[in-house]
Design a protein around this ligand. Structure first.
Ligand code: CA
Length: 229
């Protein structure tokens, strides 16, 4: 479903992990390690394919696909607890280069910025204000939703916060389930491919545009917010 290229968008809705912060490698590594403790060989690529999904859903799907059976409650709780524990030891995630400048540019045009993430990690959520000038009231996090991505709920809540219609917003995402969530909410969706997935995977999820570099993204957004049409 191709969304109409929005003229004069009123809000930009940014995903967090893999868009603002280079944090996905940490998630992938800690997933692999946590599964290994339970003797399950979880491929790192799966972490990128499931990105945006809840921990429970990731564990259930992996065990079904890898072991051909349902996950036990002990595994669901144990693997997620271990994953969360390991996240305390990963190095501080860097910002994705160019994103600070992009947000500054968008904000200079009086366009609202909302960050939409499935994450409940205080480590990164607490940095958004300092790094990107995005205060807590302008975020939708794992604490605000019943259903995570790919359900459209998180992006619908973001539209309410931004007080605008789907046709007045633009989403920046990096992962298939996040793209589906945004497209399901009827919003024009730009993907920036910061991970190891094929560009085609992001296209297939429904992204209206897919870029490989922040420079390409910056150019496109610049035209979008400055061109009168
Ligand atoms: Ca993401």
């Amino acid at each position: 479903m191709l969304q109409k290229n929005p003229s004069k968008p009123k809000a930009f809705l940014f995903d967090m992990d893999g868009v603002l912060y280079d944090s996905m490698k940490h998630h992938a590594d800690t997933w692999v390690e946590a599964f290994r403790k339970y003797n399950i060989d979880f491929p790192a690529k799966e972490a990128y394919l499931n990105e945006g999904s809840t921990g429970d859903a990731t564990i259930k799907k992996a065990i079904r696909e890898i072991e051909g059976r349902e996950a036990t409650q002990v595994e669901i709780e144990g693997i997620y607890t271990e994953k969360t524990r390991l996240m305390n030891y990963v190095p501080k995630a860097e910002m994705i280069p160019g994103m600070q400048a992009l947000i500054r540019q968008i904000r200079s045009m009086d366009i609202k910025i909302i960050v939409v993430t499935g994450s409940k990690q205080p480590v990164l959520l607490d940095r958004l204000g300092h790094d990107f000038g995005v205060e807590r009231q302008n975020t939708v996090s794992g604490y605000d939703v019943k259903h995570g991505k790919p359900n459209p709920e998180p992006y619908r809540i973001a539209l309410q916060k931004a007080n605008c219609k789907p046709s007045e917003a633009v989403v920046i995402e990096n992962a298939p389930l996040g793209i589906e969530s945004a497209v399901n909410a009827g919003i024009y969706t730009i993907a920036i491919n910061t991970g190891p997935l094929e560009k085609a995977t992001l296209k297939k999820a429904g992204a209206d545009k897919v870029f490989d570099t922040t420079e390409q993204l910056q150019k496109f957004v610049h035209n979008l917010i400055t061109t009168d049409r």
